[in-house]
Write a protein that binds this ligand. Structure first.
Ligand code: EPU
Length: 427
């Protein structure tokens, strides 16, 4: 087992390069199944979720080769086995994108119920509603989601909730279906647009991605392509908040500033200065962190995946901030960990009141999920003394080289091995 050890406080300064978007990569890699031929995907983040998806593809018979650290070639010509087993699927949510992609390619799919971060119940009824509307039969048996069809037909689908996953999965199934599919109340996140651009570069006909109505004309065949993934909005936002939280001065490069607007707005309200360039943003803070209120919402609202990091910063604000989670039922599990560092936060359902304190003090904590782990890092950078973060595999699912990137900004963070405790050894 490994943990991160951080010595704080520190002011982050310098430049950091943002990697390709995790949540686009985890949709685009399964989408390569739909091509007749090779796909070369560039700007792929070097994170464990990507490694796992590539293993799933190989398990199905695809050839996957890394041409560089961030470029992967996927050839699914000889795909034989439309099954994603439990051992692989249980580690991540996006494994379920193989359902839509395999339905589109092979008319059948068997994918174990997915894992991923735990924010309470994570239903998939909207995915199933979409597949069934297109003529697929879906059953759940022995922990496997099985979907099959003779022919998939375009359909008019109204999603009851705005769901990134359902929008992506049904879009994957629809690109090779017969006829037109219309998705209403679709999610609008940048990774939805990126997936649509990737599929269109393979010959798909998708219009309206990025709005709440997406129209897909099914095509008979998709060809291979070369495509570069967009920069990661959430990784960029995480470094923006880390810069502001530490009172630092950081130029965050390889970003799309438009994708960061809701984060920029909240940071400016909290006393940071954000300067936008064509493909970079510079974040500085000289005065105190000011209290703010925020509510997470689907894009273009403030992203739920930035909520824990922002809360970590607000622990040292002047006054009480109110943070409302508008997407997930239970995304405040990490608050107990922040309290170990001296944060004063009370939670009532989906609302947290963060009473700013003059300082945090280092302590051992856990990463309870991916973004909660990023919040622990930010808190560790602010806190006086040593913060040790366990369960860092959550963080490494989604942040490329976070230790290297932070250390180059002046942080003192190390990844160290922890021997099993005598209790574990005795088991
Ligand atoms: N929902 C349903 N039924 C469904 C699907 C979703 O009721 O069939 C509900 C969920 O319970 C939730 C809301 O709809 O309350 C939104 O869920 P969504 O489907 O949009 O989430 P997701 O696709 O499972 C993706 C990201 C998450 C991010 C959410 C919201 C990926 C792989 N995951 O999850 O990212 O929090 O969208 O933006 O894209 C992360 O990167 O740390 C992460 C957790």
């Amino acid at each position: 087992m490994e943990k991160f050890v951080i010595h704080g406080p520190v002011k982050l300064t310098g430049e950091v390069e943002i990697s390709g978007a995790k949540n686009a990569a985890v949709a685009i890699i399964p989408a390569a199944i739909l091509a007749q031929g090779k796909c070369v995907v560039e700007n792929v983040p070097n994170i464990s979720d990507v490694g796992l998806l590539c293993r799933m593809l190989q398990d199905m018979g695809a050839r996957v080769r890394f041409l560089t650290n961030t470029t992967v070639e996927i050839d699914t010509t000889y795909l034989t086995n439309p099954v994603v087993p439990y051992e692989l699927a249980r580690h991540m949510r996006a494994s379920y994108y193989f359902l839509g992609a395999l339905l589109g390619r092979c008319s059948e799919a068997s994918v174990s119920m997915p894992g991923g971060c735990c924010f309470g119940v994570r239903p998939i009824d909207q995915h199933i509603k979409g597949f069934e509307a297109m003529g697929a039969k879906v059953s759940i048996d022995g922990g496997m989601i099985n979907a099959r069809c003779d022919t998939l037909f375009g359909a008019h689908i109204y999603f009851d909730v705005v769901s990134v996953g359902a929008t992506i999965n049904v879009m994957l199934a629809a690109v090779r279906a017969k006829g037109i599919t219309i998705l209403e109340n679709a999610a609008k996140e940048p990774h939805i647009v990126d997936l649509a651009n990737f599929l269109n570069s393979m010959g798909a006909d998708i219009r309206g991605a990025g709005t709440d109505v997406i129209k897909i004309h099914g095509v008979d065949m998709l060809h291979g392509t070369t495509y570069s993934i967009v920069p990661d909005q959430i990784e960029a936002g995480t470094y923006m908040v880390a810069a502001a939280a530490t009172g630092g001065d950081v130029l965050i490069r390889n970003v799309i500033p438009k994708h960061l607007e809701s984060i920029t707005e909240k940071l400016e309200k909290s006393g940071a200065l954000v300067v936008e360039y064509d493909d970079a943003v510079r974040v500085t803070r000289k005065g105190p962190v000011e209290k703010i209120n925020l509510k997470t919402m689907p894009h273009p609202g403030f992203p739920t995946d930035m909520q824990p990091q922002m809360t970590a910063m607000l622990t040292i604000a002047n006054g009480a901030s109110i943070v409302t989670e508008g997407v997930w039922d239970n995304r405040f599990r990490y608050v107990d960990e922040l309290r170990r560092l001296g944060a004063q936060i009370s939670v009532d359902g989906k609302v947290a009141v963060v009473q700013g304190v003059p300082k945090l003090t280092g302590a051992p904590v856990k990463a309870t999920d991916l973004r909660a782990g990023a919040a622990m890092i930010i808190a560790g950078l602010i806190a006086e003394g040593k913060t040790e973060i366990e369960d860092i595999y959550h963080i490494e699912r989604g942040y490329e080289d976070i230790v290297g990137k932070l250390n180059r900004l002046g942080a003192d963070i190390r990844r160290v091995s922890i021997p099993d405790s005598p209790l574990v050894q005795a088991l």
